[in-house]
Design a protein around this ligand. Sequence first.
Ligand code: AMP
Length: 428
Amino acid sequence: MAFTASKGTFDVIPGLDRDFGSEQWRRVVDLLTQPARLAAYGYIETPIFEDTALFHRGVGESTDVVSKEMFTFTDRGERSLTLRPEMTASVVRAVNEHSLHRGQLPVKLWYAGAMFRAERPQAGRYRQFTQVGIEALGVDDAALDAEVIALGVRAFAAVGLPHVQLLLNSMGDANCRPAYTELLRSYLRDNLPSPNAETLRRLELNPLRILDDKRADMADVIAGAPILADSLCDECRAYDAAVRGHLDDLEIAYVDAPRLVRGLDYYRRTTFEFQHGLLGAQNAVGGGGRYDGLSESIGGDPLPGIGWAFGVERILLALKAEAVAIDVAPRCEVYVVPLGAAAKKAAVRYVDALRGLGIAADMAYGDRGLKGAMKGADRSGARLALILGDRDLAAGEAPLKNLTTGEQSPVSLDDAAAHIAAALHDLS
Ligand code: AMP
């Protein structure tokens, strides 16, 4: 039996007819991260696997990600390692490891890469998926929160995705959240219909997670739950107002989402999510927030931070649902069809010369004959095809066919690449 990609994973291969054509996929990653690059964020790559304890401490035991979804394995030295389920813990580890926070603050970083979660696969939910994200560390400043959110808004604008809604909330901090957590816990204890073991576990570990429960029979209980906004301390309230003030100045629209909680334990104060209306259940295209306690919880220096992570595949699905085209450079602009041994030798030189001029070029290999080779020309997506016979070589010129109109005109083979480049230029 032939092998197929593992459950919940997929290949990213060329082709516009797929959900994730590889050129579009790369271009979307590029576009989403462009705004951050214009805001002085530097690129970071971290290893795909880390010490399992990093995620236990950095993401949190009460999260589904840690309790149910990690790909964990033991290496030959009996160390427990885990394929990263998200990047923030890794980035904060790296910042501490390299003392980046002893230099210019905030430390601003962006990333793009594969994440791994053993979830039940469905549309928009995979076991290996791609996140792009940014993190800004070392400074506690509402203006920075606004910058991070604004770069997210700009990222969606850069890919041309309308109808993305920004939901905003404050999760409070170590000062005011414990009292709210207690209030919520006692409300849930009194009001939960018939909690299962999982809900009871959450109730003890982190009752805020229950607000995230999407099951229908939970909706009423959640709707009636006390909200954090009513319990915020003065500092958190002022911080939240300052963030909103900056967003208003930037004319960024947001929806107040008092029950928005993030699945990961370390979030503090500013918390947000970007949702897209056409994606059904998996409507979160990105999310983020402030995570001031994370660095210390993984043994690092006290280091406030804020960031977001976007799901590239979900964004591609949203682009498809909105019929937004992602323009990518053509894979082939000029196709050379050699008919004969001498012509083939010349064709090899011509395509190389065209590529040297920065023009995407390809040729027919395998001595297919005119008909087969012209089929190849059509499939290549090229705009021009040079049809080159041995006799043309002797004559010093060969027909150049416009594959869109079917028109043919002779082109000089004396410095053929330059002449073809000029013909291509005339087309645009
Ligand atoms: P999170 O790290 O859970 O806050 O997720 C950030 C973003 O990553 C989400 O808004 C999704 O767009 C995306 N994402 C999370 N989990 C998955 C998954 N299993 N498959 C595809 N995308 C995901």
